[in-house]
Design a binder for this molecule. Structure first.
Ligand code: ADP
Ligand code: MG
Length: 374
């Protein structure tokens, strides 16, 4: 295993700058997820690390070595893609051993390496089969087996589960995490799926617009997002953003109500702001007579839609002209079309600068600070 470092990495295709200056420091043995919308450059970063794409500017290190000019085959990296084509005419055993064969590894050593990897993945009984006699999940395991037999310094996985159905994806996700923890080999895993990122990663790099928007543990990113993009990208249902206009000491909500923000939580330079509040931190208030509490934002709305998901209920309401989603876990009797009173505590809302999306101050998590909700 090895550490990996991206240092001021830039990538241009023709006239287009896709990666605009990326810095990421990955320690030996970490499982890192690159997540971001489609087209943000995740695959390009992996391909540069694998040596399949030139670096336009900056340096990529594996261990202490700058590998910009090191040929792909000399980088000791194993990559699993979304389209992990297996050779149809070869057995699982031959598929898994093929890379070693090309490198001139002896038959005995190949057999031993393949058997060891097959055992790790629980596919020993499939070694004599051809790919067409395997399920999607089994084929995926063979593709990973092909990577494991090489005993690489770094595993690169580019959306390897995208072709599997949702249930299998969840199962394979758990297996990949267990596998990586067992092997302790540095792994970089690319996905556009934030739930996959949150559940798999030791640390996540959120990419957008050619930059790393934030790099940290799932908990840090979820509870302390550096900007509006990260807050909106992680978490389901999506965090609610509420635009508030500033006039002096006061802020105006979309429904015309005004409120103030404690000085310690505001910057003097920011003008208009966005409050960002997770759906689970908004509640439906049953007791209309309860007195106003400082820092509590309250309003009434018609219930536009209710989605009962069993353990939780999503209630779609609005605040002025802004749509708001509320997630309830303790009430399931809210009726569509009825009018409800809603409330959240300002202390639980992040405050972003509307002009640039940067964080002004983080809200506090009212629940267990170690909890991650997807
Ligand atoms: N060989 C290439 N030539 C030109 N543009 C490319 C090439 N490869 C990728 N791109 C562009 O670079 C951007 C990032 O692509 P990619 O890294 O595949 O994104 P992601 O994996 O995050 O979906 C996209 O806009 C894509 O069209
Ligand atoms: Mg990609």
């Amino acid at each position: 295993m090895a550490s990996v470092k991206f240092e001021n990495v830039i990538k241009t295709f023709g006239e287009t700058k896709v990666i605009k200056g990326v810095n990421i420091d990955i320690q030996e043995g970490e499982l890192i997820v690159f997540v971001g919308p489609s087209g943000c450059g995740k695959s390009t970063l992996l391909r540069m690390l694998a040596g399949l794409e030139d670096v336009s500017e900056g340096n990529i290190y594996i261990g202490d070595t700058v590998v910009n000019k090191v040929p792909s085959k000399d980088r000791n990296i194993a990559m699993v893609f979304q389209n992990y084509a297996l050779y149809p005419h070869m057995t699982v055993e031959e598929n898994m051993g093929f890379g070693l064969k090309l490198r001139g590894v002896s038959k005995e050593e190949r057999k031993a390496a393949v058997e060891k990897a097959a055992k790790i993945l629980g596919i020993e009984q499939l070694l004599k089969r051809k790919p067409r006699a395997l399920s999607g999940g089994q084929r995926q395991r063979v593709a990973m087996g092909r990577a494991i037999v090489r005993d690489p310094d770094v595993f690169l996985m580019d959306e390897p589960l995208s072709n599997l159905d949702a249930k299998l994806r969840t199962k394979m996700r758990v297996e990949i995490r267990k596998l990586q923890h067992g092997l302790k080999t540095t792994m970089i895993y690319v996905t556009h799926d934030q739930v996959e990122a949150m559940t798999l990663a030791d640390k996540i790099a959120v990419l957008d617009g050619g930059y790393v928007q934030q790099f940290g543990t799932p908990n840090e990113l979820y509870h302390k997002p550096a900007n509006r993009f990260v807050a909106g990208f992680l978490g389901s249902p999506t965090i609610n953003f509420i635009v508030c206009k500033r006039s002096g000491d006061h802020f105006t909500l979309p429904d015309g109500q005004t409120f103030s923000i404690p000085e310690s939580r505001m910057s003097n330079t920011a003008q208009d702001i966005e409050l960002a509040i997770r759906p689970k931190y908004i509640d439906i208030v049953e007791n209309e007579a309860s007195p106003d509490t400082p820092n509590i934002i309250r309003w009434k709305s018609k219930v536009n839609l209710v989605e009962a998901l069993g353990g939780e209920t999503l209630v779609y309401v609005h605040l002025g002209d802004q749509d708001i989603i509320v997630k309830l876990t303790d009430k399931d009797d809210i009726e569509e079309g009825s009018t409800v009173e809603l409330a959240f505590n300002l202390d639980n809302a992040h405050i972003f600068d509307l002009s640039n999306g940067n964080i002004i101050s983080h809200g506090v998590n009212p629940h267990d600070s170690n909890s991650i909700e997807s």
